[in-house]
Design a protein around this ligand. Structure first.
Ligand SMILES: [Zn+2]
Length: 396
């Protein structure tokens, strides 16, 4: 319980979904209580859950490594708790109270917990913000996961390993994880090198991100005739190779949500967004909308799968060739003009590493009370940005 500055005590009750347990409910209760605390508040939480108190102490100990922290049950809730504490500079102390001992506040908490059980409202704490588009699409059953999985093993070349295949795999992984080195990511990594150029290389109208690259109106305009040609070729190819009737093929392709935008007259349809099937296609995800074109047209499963994979490969490579390649060429020319080379990145990293080593362990830590901030900020940095760092080192 928190000593509120309001006259009447604040109460709240809710329920948690997905593998609920008493400890998880306690952790959520702590989390929701901390959410409404003002910055720099001193918070005393009274709980009968010794497990929660122990976990809290474990997770706030600086010596616990990120690897061990990830082994703690419900670590995601505890990470959120730690983040709230760090961001608001809270001083939190957990006290143990005996369960069912007639403590008025504890009884009230029990009463609220029971009320929360039948509540129609649930609070969703979204710790993982990455790839939320894919999660949403997966939730709406738009993604053909089995074909997407096959596509991530797809090898067009006759050899099991090759330079081309490695490049293709790297491309697939970058695309699906939104890790293409677009200007927003480059600026985040090397602020001084890229502070003057962060906008789209085609239209110069918006910040270049992994999303905006595929949704830029000018890029889509350029892509349009190529997609129309692809549809024509696809139609001819299916007609020549299919085992069963293709009477509805024309209609299926015209109404397909991936191609619809490109086949309609300009201005008739709104521009694709991150919720569009075209966006998922550009990110190397095979959707049911795509595989549906080929279903019921081929007798053998293997032929069907090969057809889907090869045509999807063709389509995604086309999008890459038309949008990414010219963009990359312009970027390279700009880098030459700005005297930015591989050496510049190395030099920048070395310089920031040096300055970091001076500032990362300031003397104030020695005098400070043991707080969770420093260590947790490291955990967040690792979980949020480790993929970006890997991508950078590989792509530059
Ligand atoms: Zn643009």
């Amino acid at each position: 319980m928190i000593q509120p500055s309001t006259l009447s005590p604040i109460t709240f009750s809710g329920f948690c979904k997905h593998f609920p347990s008493s400890t998880k409910a306690e952790a959520y209760a702590i989390c929701t209580a901390l959410l409404i605390c003002p910055p720099r508040a001193k918070v005393n939480i009274y709980t009968y859950s010794l497990c929660c108190i122990n976990t809290f102490q474990t997770i706030t100990q600086r010596l616990v490594t990120p690897r061990r922290q990830l082994k703690i049950p419900n670590y995601n809730i505890w990470f959120i708790i730690a983040k709230i504490i760090a961001v608001n500079s809270l001083t939190v102390t957990l006290h143990k109270v005996k369960a069912h001992s007639g403590n008025v506040h504890n009884d009230k908490a029990n009463f609220l917990a029971k009320a929360g059980l039948t509540s129609i409202h649930s609070i969703e704490l979204n710790y993982y913000t990455t790839n939320s588009v894919l999660k949403q699409a997966s939730f709406h059953q738009q993604i053909d996961w089995s074909m997407t999985e096959e596509f991530f093993k797809y090898n067009l070349h006759d050899r099991p390993t090759s330079h081309k295949l490695t490049k293709f795999r790297a491309w697939q992984r970058k695309m699906v994880n939104n890790l293409l080195p677009t200007m927003d990511i480059l600026y985040r990594r090397y602020p001084t090198l890229f502070k003057d150029k962060r906008t789209c290389w085609t239209c110069d109208q918006h910040e270049e991100t992994n999303d905006s690259l595929w949704l830029c109106s000018v890029n889509l305009e350029i892509l349009c005739p190529h997609i129309v040609q692809f549809i024509q070729d696809l139609k001819t190819d299916i007609r020549q190779t299919c085992d069963y009737g293709d009477s509805l093929l024309e209609q299926e392709l015209n109404n397909n949500s991936i191609f619809k935008f490109f086949l309609q007259l300009r201005g008739n349809l709104p521009l694709p967004t991150t919720n569009s099937i075209f966006y998922l296609t550009a990110r190397q995800i095979i959707t049911h909308d795509f595989s549906y074109i080929f279903r019921e047209k081929y007798k053998h499963k293997k032929t069907l799968h090969n057809k889907i994979l090869s045509k999807f490969y063709e389509l995604t490579q086309l999008i890459k060739r038309i949008i990414w390649k010219p963009r990359n060429d312009t970027f390279k020319k700009w880098k030459v003009a700005q005297w930015i080379t591989k050496h510049s990145y190395k030099q920048y990293r070395r310089k920031t590493k040096k300055t970091r080593s001076h500032t990362d362990h300031p003397q104030q830590h020695k005098n400070e009370e043991p707080t969770t901030r420093y260590h947790f900020s490291n955990v967040y940095r690792n979980t949020d940005f480790q993929f970006y760092q890997i991508a950078f080192f590989r792509s530059l």
